[in-house]
Design a protein around this ligand. Structure first.
Ligand SMILES: *Cc1c(COP(=O)(O)O)cnc(C)c1O
Length: 956
């Protein structure tokens, strides 16, 4: 009987034998040939014995894993979520759940760095940006932020960059969400910003000097007030105003932009994205004109293709960490694309009138509840509110909240002994409101329902929004379904073919792994629900923490960071906390090899560290001599070394133990970036290599889909001495983590367990693979990379190999000699691969002019062969250009990719045939992916920045 691992791993034993033959590897005695390869490839000094203890349970079948997940789910209780505080009940339109969230065409796509094959999700994201920009009344929105609280922190940092004020003071609204205040404290402290809290709505004056002010609108208390005077005062002091605004409320009340805000931030969760016990959801940020170059994260813009047709792409990428490194506007890499797509489609589905109706329903519900409570004698604190009321019930708050939970299955927000807060939303029914009233003891009689809101007349929104046809044209479900299909068809995702992106590990996201995330018992949990309601999820989290600790050789794991970049920040903050606790506050230097991923440097800066670059030798390894020199030069101030293992060059460095020992000897800590864990799992552990802390990317190694650019989960795993400094959360259901560790660092996410809603995916992956399956996956991934390297070596030099002549789980193909000989660039090859039906490998990282290929374990031999054949034939095409058969300026490579219309419209004038353009390999005839646009002009889009939906006529 076959196992799940057999279905997860693409190559069969027979196929592996063929591949090993090609590598010249025969089985040693008593071992499988693949073990011989791994013995070759993984240095003996770090290799772990197969027999080594693992505490992972034996692999479960798909049905067993689902049954266990059902059992865990049944230990959760879904109560009516009226806690609010940034997380609200919402109805995911079924057409979006089925056609986006549960559709591999959307969830298995990669970040749209290859825009020609990403026009569908780029259109969805520009809809998102348009929606956010118009609702906030600002000029430019990005796509997207990780959550509301981190978006506020990014807003603070943007204000720091953009303000000319010399002050270090950032003013925080006393009526801000508590999780945001806690996160801001962590982030401000790390970079030396002083936070000053002011009751802004109560008219407390601003300090004289400041660089920014943060307003929560409406306030956490529910109060709706006009912050324009505060914003004016901030401007007068030379500061910027950052407003966290509830997008649903903005359909009814004046936009932050109209009140003078420079930056608006928030979450789009209540636009159809389930709460998921805290995430994932798309946070947002919008800025006024003039600040767009300061935006963190990804920004979609309109450019044009080679024929002058409008086409979408990522704009202003030179702001981002992968180019600007420690000078980047943020460390964000993976964002929340899938959730941004869902939120934008919610707006497409409902249109402005529908959104207004949903908002009105929530607002009138709150007003109705307030009326009931006031009649029963309770004091509703504010007269102006949207969907949240704060109720004073001296001495009775705890009893009321308990009654609401125990007797009425309703979750209220206990503020203090005298105060309860209640939020209504799209899902709140008349009965819910009557039940809440009963919990307050407001009597049994039902009062007449008055459909009125408690919004102040002066703040009634007057201007129009979402006027673009896209928000009006898809009102029937048929139209909506077809729109989603049309966009999905424009994109290349794993459901079409392999995405061999080095460093990104685009492996299978199995259907069984995905199944549980939409079960209501997991999807509809409020992140601040009481512990008794969420025991199943907490148990799942405990198990996953313990399993991840086991496979990495660490003691403690926090699942709170909601992307790898945030895990990096959390890990570096833990290192910093540790040094400080030891009285070593001066240890702030972070050594980073020149080959490192851009997030490393950007994260170090956010953790308040100074980056010192360590050179790499010509083999791509850390230059030990330079490392020792840099350690010596920074002996007193060394905080950490941040390395990636295997290296970003895809090589198992022999010297890793020597490297980590040198850092420890000098009093530094070792951070190992876990993005390449897929080359190590089951064969070695970061903790055994001398790592003190790592982040993992569950969306790389542990099967969470990339979602077209997020969600991600970036757990931080650490040795026991750093555990006290891992991120805690003021609203966590419990302080203790797997292994009994208690964390006490500041939070790095809005929710205690970050993007808990997608953890069942990685849980199922580990549960179904078991220790042996994970190890076999590693071997299959390493074999696939070595096979591709060996087959392509004669056509493209393989840039780096280890001492054994083997690569790890990815290989770098050097295309610089090709360019030298033929003029064909790495870009031409990447775009030509589209004509062959492939997503390009990673381009020019970590070395310019190269392609980094990571096939992963999930591709079968047939797909590997198809890719190899395409690469060999592309090389032949380039040679034909060099030989003069085709003009250097007119050949299938420089003209790639070819759209259908470019082949059939008008006269064909190129020196190559139409068949050579579109069907260079016979097998393409059976099923071809047609890109919707020609090659996109990158520079044009940055020169002519347009980041909102273009008018329909533009496409005529
Ligand atoms: C992907 C990656 C990161 C960043 O992780 P995100 O989840 O995208 O934030 C960091 N380092 C390396 C080497 C990576 O490949």
């Amino acid at each position: 009987m076959t196992t799940f691992a057999d279905r997860h791993i693409g190559t069969t034993v027979e196929a592996q034998r063929v591949m090993l033959d090609a590598l010249g590897i025969a089985a040693g005695e008593d071992e499988r040939p693949v073990d011989t390869l791994m013995r070759d490839a993984v240095p003996a000094s770090i290799r772990r014995d197969r027999a080594a203890e693992s505490t992972l349970p034996a692999a479960a079948s798909e049905s067993e894993a689902l049954a266990e997940l059902r059992a865990l789910a049944s230990r959760n209780t879904v109560n009516r979520p009226m806690i609010g505080q940034g997380y609200y009940g919402t109805i995911t339109p079924s057409v979006i759940q089925r056609n986006v969230l549960e559709n591999p065409s959307w969830y298995t796509a990669y970040t749209p760095y290859q825009p020609e094959i990403s026009q569908g999700r780029l259109e969805a994201l520009i809809n998102f940006q348009t929606m956010v920009a118009e609702l906030t009344g600002l000029d430019t929105a990005n796509a997207s932020m990780l959550d509301e609280s981190t978006a506020v922190a990014e807003g603070m940092l943007l204000a720091r960059r953009a303000s000319k004020a010399t002050s270090n003071v950032f003013v925080v609204d006393a009526d801000a969400l508590p999780q945001t205040k806690a996160l801001l404290a962590t982030r401000a402290e790390a970079v030396g910003i002083e936070l000053v809290e002011r009751a802004l709505a109560a008219g407390e004056t601003l300090p004289e000097a400041l660089f920014g002010v943060f307003v929560q609108y409406p306030g956490a208390s529910g109060l709706v007030w006009d912050p324009s005077a505060v914003i004016d005062a901030a401007h007068l002091a030379g500061g910027l105003a950052v407003v966290a605004a509830d997008l649903l409320a903005l359909t009814l009340i004046s936009s932050p932009g109209s009140l003078g805000a420079d930056v608006a931030v928030g979450t789009t969760q209540r636009f159809g994205v389930p709460m998921g016990f805290g995430g994932p959801h798309a946070g947002y940020m919008a800025v006024r004109s003039g600040l767009e170059r300061q935006l963190p994260g990804r920004l979609v813009g309109v450019s044009q293709d080679a024929e002058g047709h409008p086409a979408y792409r990522l704009s202003l990428q030179t702001r981002e960490q992968h180019i600007r490194r420690e000078k980047a506007t943020s460390n964000i890499c993976t964002a929340q694309v899938l959730l941004a797509v869902m939120a934008s489609m919610y707006a497409v589905c409902h249109g402005p009138d529908g959104l207004r109706a949903i908002a009105s329903r929530a607002a009138t519900g709150a007003r109705f509840l307030a009326t009931q409570l006031e009649r029963s004698g309770a004091e509703v604190v504010h007269g102006a509110y949207f969907d949240t009321i704060t109720v004073r019930v001296p001495g009775r708050a705890e009893e009321i909240v308990r009654r609401a939970h125990d007797e009425f299955g309703t979750l209220l927000n206990l503020v203090d002994a005298d105060t309860v807060r209640v939020s209504t939303d799209e899902t709140t029914t008349h009965e819910d409101i009557l039940r809440v009233a009963s919990a307050f003891g407001a009597g049994e009689d039902s009062f007449a329902y008055i459909p009125a809101t408690a919004l102040p007349a002066a703040l009634h929104r007057q201007d129009e929004y979402l006027t673009h046809p896209v928000f009006h044209a898809h009102r029937s479900e048929t139209a909506m379904m077809r729109y989603l299909k049309t966009l999905a068809d424009r994109d290349y995702a794993l459901d079409r073919g392999m995405i061999p992106l080095g460093s990104c590990t685009m492996k299978l996201n199995a259907a069984t792994e995905m199944a549980a995330i939409t079960w209501p018992e997991f999807a509809e949990l409020h992140p601040f629900a009481p512990e008794q309601d969420v025991r199943g999820t907490l148990e799942l989290i405990d198990q996953l923490e313990a399993w991840l600790a086991d496979v990495t050789g660490y003691d403690a794991v926090s699942l709170q960071p909601n992307a790898g970049s945030q895990g990096e920040l959390a890990g570096l903050l833990a290192i910093r906390g540790y040094h400080r606790a030891n009285g070593d506050a001066q240890r702030t230097v972070c050594l980073i090899p020149s080959s490192a991923h851009g997030t490393n440097a950007a994260s170090a800066v956010l953790a308040g560290m100074t980056v010192v670059v360590v050179a790499c030798d010509e083999l791509g390894n850390v230059d030990l001599g330079d490392l020792r020199a840099k350690i010596a030069a920074n002996a007193e101030t060394l905080a950490a070394l941040m390395i990636t293992y295997p290296s970003t060059h895809g090589v198992y460095e022999q010297d890793v133990l020597e490297i980590t020992a040198a850092v420890h000897d000098a009093g530094g800590q070792v951070y190992i970036d876990g993005a390449n864990l897929n080359a190590l799992l089951g064969y070695s552990r970061f903790g055994d290599l001398g790592g003190d802390v790592s982040h993992l990317n569950l969306h790389k190694t542990f099967a969470i889909p990339h979602g077209g650019g997020g969600p991600g989960v970036g757990p931080v795993a650490a040795k026991a001495h750093l555990a006290p400094h891992l991120p805690a959360h003021p609203l966590a259901q419990r302080a203790e983590h797997a292994g009994g560790h208690v964390f006490a660092g500041g939070p790095v996410s809005g929710a205690p367990y970050g993007s808990a809603g997608v953890l069942p995916i990685s849980w199922a992956y580990v549960r179904m693979m078991g220790a042996d399956g994970l190890r076999d996956a590693t071997a299959a991934a390493v074999l696939a990379a070595n096979y591709v390297a060996a087959r392509l070596e004669g056509h493209y030099p393989v840039l780096y190999t280890g001492e054994s002549g083997r690569v790890a789980h990815e290989c770098i193909l050097d295309l610089r000699p090709l360019k030298e000989a033929t003029g064909i660039t790495v870009d031409d090859v990447a775009k030509r691969l589209i004509d062959y039906g492939f997503h390009s490998p990673t381009m020019s990282f970590p070395v310019a002019g190269t392609l980094m290929v990571e096939p992963t374990e999930s591709e079968d031999l047939g797909e590997l062969e198809r890719f190899i054949e395409a690469m060999i034939q592309i090389k032949a095409e380039a040679d034909a250009v060099a030989a003069g058969r085709w003009d250097a300026a007119d050949n299938p490579l420089v003209n790639a990719p070819h759209t259908a219309v470019s082949l059939i419209a008008g006269e064909w004038t190129h020196p190559y045939t139409r068949e050579e353009a579109a069907y260079p390999i016979r097998s393409l005839v059976a099923g071809k992916y047609w890109p919707p646009v020609r090659r996109i002009d990158q520079a044009y889009g940055d020169r002519n920045l347009v980041c909102a939906c273009p008018p329909v006529e533009a496409f005529a």
